[in-house]
Structure formats: C-alpha cells, structure tokens
Design a protein around this ligand. Structure first.
Ligand code: AMP
Ligand code: ZN
Length: 114
C-alpha cells in the first residue's frame, strides 16, 4: 500500500534491522526498543490492524506465532518469558496502521499496561 511505512519496510524500500524474513512475514528490531529484546513481526501483505483479520487468516497467524516462539528461543528469552502485543487504533496506541506484533522480553513486564 502506498505511503505505508511497514509496506515499504516489507518491500525493502526502507531499511530495517531484520531477524527473519520469508515470503509472507518479516521480523525486525523496533527502532525505539522498550525492553532489552523488542522486535516486531508483520505480514508483508498490508493489513491495517488485527481488527481487519478474518477466519482465512488463521494460517498466517499460526505462522507468525510459531515464528515468534522460535525467534524468542534464539533471543534467549523463551525460558524467562516475553510479551506479545498488537495495538489497535487510537485508544490501543497504534501509531503505524499496518498490522504488527510487538515482542518484548528481557525484563519483567507490568500489568495492567498504561
Ligand atoms: P505501534 O505504536 O503499536 O503502532 O508500534 C509502532 C512501532 O514501530 C513503534 O514501537 C516504533 O518504535 C516502531 N517503528 C517505527 N518506525 C520504525 C522503523 N523505521 N523501524 C523499526 N521500527 C519502527
Ligand atoms: Zn502496509
């Protein structure tokens, strides 16, 4: 989608610090990390947010969560745990309108979130 930051990152038009890439998804380090480990996982296809997902996206979501678990093992946070967050819309705190899963680890997370 034109003028979408994460579509441009997915297409390689804007550089990112990549952890993993295949035909469907991309994982890259967040530019403003909020934890010792903070990376984002996105579908390459433009999806505005998790609110735009439907039943047919089940395989994509399974693939994303399986890859998150694998990357967290590689990053060494699988034993201590981590948090996966996807923000939706204004009150959800979404600043980039292309579906992304934040993966945060390496420190204790607070609950409830701010
Ligand atoms: P959200 O506020 O949930 O939409 O998350 C957007 C995230 O994208 C924030 O954590 C930003 O730090 C991150 N971000 C914005 N631009 C870039 C970029 N060029 N490369 C990596 N992460 C980015
Ligand atoms: Zn996009």
């Amino acid at each position: 989608m034109a003028d979408c930051l994460f579509c441009k990152i997915a297409a390689g038009e804007i550089p990112s610090n990549k952890l993993y890439e295949d035909e469907a998804i991309l994982a890259f380090h967040d530019i403003d990390p909020q934890a010792p480990v903070h990376f984002l996982v996105i579908p390459k296809r433009h999806v505005e947010s998790a609110a735009a997902l439907n039943e047919n996206d089940g395989p994509l979501l399974g693939h994303i969560y399986a890859k998150i678990a694998e990357l967290c093992r590689e990053q060494g946070v699988d034993k201590t745990g981590y948090r996966v967050v996807t923000n939706i819309g204004v009150h959800g705190g979404q600043s980039v309108p292309h579906l992304h899963f934040h993966v945060l680890g390496g420190r204790s997370m607070k609950w409830p979130p701010g």
